[in-house]
Every structure is written in structure tokens, then in C-alpha cells.
Write a protein that binds this ligand. Structure first.
Ligand code: RB5
Length: 152
């Protein structure tokens, strides 16, 4: 499977570690940058193009890394069709997929050790969406699935 990754300067090292880890496992990984840790970057400039490519169906999944994971999630979730979850542990990564059908994982390089971060990535990518009642709940909040006039 193919996925897309990006980071700002504060997520560069972990982003590259994630890329190496996934390529060694046979994933095809599109890296949208940054290309150097000295490239000071604003996280929206990386989160929004990645979120748009996932929402457009160019990639099934995306991974964004910044210092905390928070800015990337805030920015990515502005894109309709993007469901980004900042997951600091494997339980939340599993639930973000199983219950929330998250299609973008965000990580914080300043928060996570390497082993934990790669475990979160593997868990996120290996967990299927449970569907059913969880899809019905998602349909209540995603404007691409509902008529805007139905919002209370
Ligand atoms: C950059 O200093 C930092 O603010 C950014 O990487 C991210 O953590 C924002 O949420």
C-alpha cells in the first residue's frame, strides 16, 4: 500500500525514521518534506497539502509529524474528508482507526520515543475501521456526508 508523510522542522527526524521503517516493511511512501531540519516550516504548509491528497483519495492514509502532533492535527482537520488523530500511545492509535476511521495519524517528535512512535504507526496502519454504529456517528459530523441544512 502507498501512503504519504510530511513534517515541519520539529518533526523532521521522526518523519524520516517513520519513512525508513515503513519502506523496510514494503510500503511505498511519498514524502512531502520538509527535506532538512534547518528548513523552518509552518505546519499548515505541510498538513494542508497532505490532508487534501488523502481527502482526494490519492492516498488511503497519511502521517504528519510536528513537535507535538497538535498543530498538524488542527490544520489537517480543516480539510473536509480528512480525519486526523494525534495519538500519543498505541491504544489511542487503535481506537482512532477502529472507532473514528482516522485516515491521518499525527505524531509529536518532542513527545514520543522512537520505539513508541513506530509502535503507534504500526498499530494505526494495521487496525481496520469497525464501521456500523461508528460510521453513523461520523456521518453526523462530516459535512461531505451530510446536508449542511441538517446541522442543528
Ligand atoms: C514548532 O516549534 C512547533 O510549534 C510545531 O512543531 C508544533 O508542535 C505545533 O503544534
Amino acid at each position: 500500500m502507498e501512503l504519504v508523510v510530511a513534517s515541519d522542522h520539529a518533526g523532521f527526524i521522526l518523519k524520516n525514521l517513520v519513512v525508513s521503517h515503513l519502506m523496510a516493511k514494503g510500503w511505498i511512501v511519498k514524502d512531502l518534506g520538509v527535506d532538512h531540519p534547518r528548513d523552518k516550516a509552518d505546519y499548515p504548509d505541510y498538513a494542508l497539502p497532505l490532508a487534501r491528497s488523502v481527502a482526494a483519495g490519492e492516498y488511503e492514509m497519511g502521517i504528519l509529524v510536528c513537535g507535538t502532533g497538535t498543530g498538524m492535527a488542527l490544520a489537517a482537520n480543516r480539510v473536509i474528508g480528512a480525519r486526523a488523530a494525534n495519538c500519543p500511545n498505541e491504544y489511542l492509535a487503535r481506537m482512532a482507526r477502529a472507532h473514528n476511521n482516522a485516515n491521518i495519524l499525527t505524531l509529536g517528535q518532542r513527545v514520543l520515543g522512537d520505539g513508541l512512535a513506530l509502535g503507534i504507526v504500526d498499530t494505526f496502519l494495521a487496525t481496520p475501521f469497525d464501521g456500523g454504529r461508528h460510521q453513523a456517528r461520523l456521518d453526523k459530523i462530516y459535512l461531505d456526508k451530510i446536508n449542511i441544512d441538517q446541522i442543528p
